[in-house]
Design a protein around this ligand. Structure first.
Ligand code: HEM
Length: 295
């Protein structure tokens, strides 16, 4: 029963703004990479707890918390104390993907919510866009995820937006040399430069990472990488880096075969969603409010 109402809530939120789908998928990723999928990302800062929301990759960037609050309220009113915030976020991410045209997969449940968060791990474990492939791949290995999982999961960038601060070095860097020369691509680069000036601010101006179908979960993100038009350095590196022999083959495969992408994405999302926090397995709880540890 709660599954149905949870889906409905997500549906309304994505219908009102398709960006919400992207926000929730990213939230789930950032939750799982910091002490496992335990809802730690959802905790607000308090006097006694320093949360993850202000970590470098998250501040002014992670959003969608209100969507989770709404779903949680709904679920609590129907079956109080049963469904953890971590499970809600995992299910919401799956529902978000379906709602924008992506694949369905079954979500294993039973996660507990942590009573702690880690600002430090949030600063060290999450990949950043100007980091090289050689440094990002180990961050996935550390979580038990493979290169294949990484390439498939980054396919999430087929939806959602990036801020100028995260793609400035790319568009004033090697964009011109990676991209195929044609009027459309020139136009796209000029467009990105107009959104994101080289100096003088605009850090929070946004653009879609997949300008072809920004609100559709499809494989056009990989096709853009083939054309050398990835918005983030880290995205384009998967295709263009000299160290990216394996990633390049995977990018080509998913660009050519959307079914192969969907299947791998589903499997990899289950794998990422199963990263466990062994501590919260013991000390964890079902939070009443996703923003605070129970008192
Ligand atoms: C190689 C590792 C990754 C890096 C370096 C990276 C980096 C980024 C950056 C810089 C942004 C833009 C944030 C902003 O400007 O505010 C972004 C957005 C996003 N990322 Fe990633 N990401 C990675 C992997 C992933 C994975 C594994 C997922 C999900 C499974 C994911 C899902 C998303 C989504 C959906 C957005 C759009 C969010 C929005 O619209 O606000 N990313 N990512």
């Amino acid at each position: 029963m709660h599954g149905k109402s949870q889906r409905k809530e997500m549906e309304c939120s994505v219908l009102s703004d398709p960006r919400n789908a992207a926000l929730i998928v990213r939230l789930h990723f950032h939750d799982c990479f910091i002490q496992g999928c335990d809802g730690s990302i959802l905790l607000d800062d308090t006097y006694t707890l320093k949360g993850e929301k202000k970590a470098a990759t998250n501040i002014h960037s992670l959003k969608g918390f209100e969507v989770i609050d709404k779903i949680k309220n709904f679920v609590e009113s129907e079956c109080p104390g049963i469904v953890s915030c971590a499970d809600i976020l995992t299910i919401a991410a799956r529902d978000a993907v379906i709602l924008v045209g992506g694949p369905y997969w079954d979500v294993p449940v039973g996660r507990k919510d942590s009573v702690t968060a880690s600002f430090e791990l949030a600063n060290t474990n999450l990949p950043t866009p100007d980091e090289s492939l050689v440094s990002i791949i180990p961050k996935f290995f550390y979580q038990g995820l493979s290169v294949t999982d990484m390439v498939a999961l980054v396919g999430s960038h087929t939806i959602g937006m990036a801020r100028c601060q995260n793609f400035r070095s790319r568009i004033y860097g090697d964009y011109e040399s990676t991209s195929v020369k044609n009027p459309i691509s020139d136009n796209q680069l000029n467009n990105l430069k107009s959104i994101c000036p080289p100096i003088g601010g605009g850090d929070n101006n946004i653009t879609a990472m997949d300008y072809v179908t920004p609100n559709l979960f499809d494989n056009s993100f990989y096709q853009l990488l083939l054309q050398g038009e990835g918005v983030l350095n880290s995205d384009q590196e998967m295709y263009s880096s000299v160290f990216g022999i394996q990633t390049r083959e995977l990018v080509k495969k998913y660009a050519a075969d959307s079914l192969a992408f969907f299947q791998q994405f589903s499997d990899s999302m289950v794998k990422m969603g199963n990263i466990t926090n062994s501590e919260s397995f013991v000390t964890g709880e079902v939070r009443k409010n996703c923003r605070f540890v129970n008192t």
